[in-house]
Write a protein that binds this ligand. Sequence first.
Ligand code: PHB
Length: 393
Amino acid sequence: MKRIAMAALAALALTTMSGIASADTIKVGVVGPFSGPFALQGKNFKAGIDAYMTLNGNTVGDDTIEILYRDVPQPDPAQSRALAQELVVKEGVQYLTGFYFTPDAMAVTPLLEQANVPLVIMNAATSAIVTKSPLVVRTSFTTWQTSTPIAKVAYDRGVSKIISVVSDYGPGVDAENAFKTAFEAAGGTVVEAIRMPLSTNDFSPIMQRIKDSGAQAVFAFLPSGPTTLGFVKAYNQNGLKQAGIQFFAPGDLTQESDLPALGDTAEGILTTFHYAVSHDSPENKTFVEAAQKAIGNPAELSFPAVGAYDAMHVIYKMIEATGGEQDAQKAVDAVKGLAWQSPRGPVEIDPETRHITQNIYLREVGKNEDGTYYNKEIQTFEKQGDPGLAAAK
Ligand code: PHB
């Protein structure tokens, strides 16, 4: 017995010394809203992860990938940081990912270097997050990236006076600045800029202010979820649509999973975004099939799933490049400049910013023959980087 144990120990030492990687379990910690009002967004994270692992397997080299989920239902930086810490210290995760809300991602960036863990952001969209640590990579979008093109679209369609309405936190402030910068550069005027508390759910007073502003149109950003559904409904119920006040926004406002509840309220709304479920490509067909199967109800599929799917691609590449060893800087360096065909179209991790360069699509909410609604891509703004990071320089 003793001799066998000694031999096993010696073999283990030899493997370690010669640097030959042994088969391990690599843990990936996912933080997101898996319960509460934003649970559907978290469910989309999981659908994207499941789709990726169904199509690509749950091993990289000799290593088996294990996913650990932690729930932060609403923006809560303290809870997010505590759960990330628990994942790193108690569970020994080698990668952190997920993060729907900006404040939750921001709270975790100070932990990364000491923990030797990369953070691959599946959603949080404030430009500055990637500047908070060299170990952050993002596969979603920024609201600078998605709100800049819609300003040009609004101006080109004859709008010269617009009112801006955003949620008062990181991605909302970024959206307001992005829109104003591009709209004024085109020649238009933002007549009023309203910032609403994130917790706002009665939008009638805001709708009255929009009507009173004399603007021809409204630009709006809120984080996708019950918030966006309520806002677009209020736009209709308060008579703004009938009054001819047009609606422009990034695609968060017409996510596919909201369209059944919005019905003809959303029809014709123009948004710009990095992804539409209807995107016509072989990669997207494969993705949508797998992700709809994973989520169960196909109508629930929305953009956080594609951010999650691509985050898994990045994490698999990181694991490949490090041979499964825990070396966060090496892992991040390995994906700088990584380019691939995402379900959304061609993408690349910008080697300087570690944010994703991608096409942004102009989409119009249209009606299928069966009476359901979808985001129809009608124009492409190719290879968009993040104007927010450029503006901050
Ligand atoms: C964010 O908090 O960064 C965020 C959340 C939901 C969105 C966009 C941005 O739809």
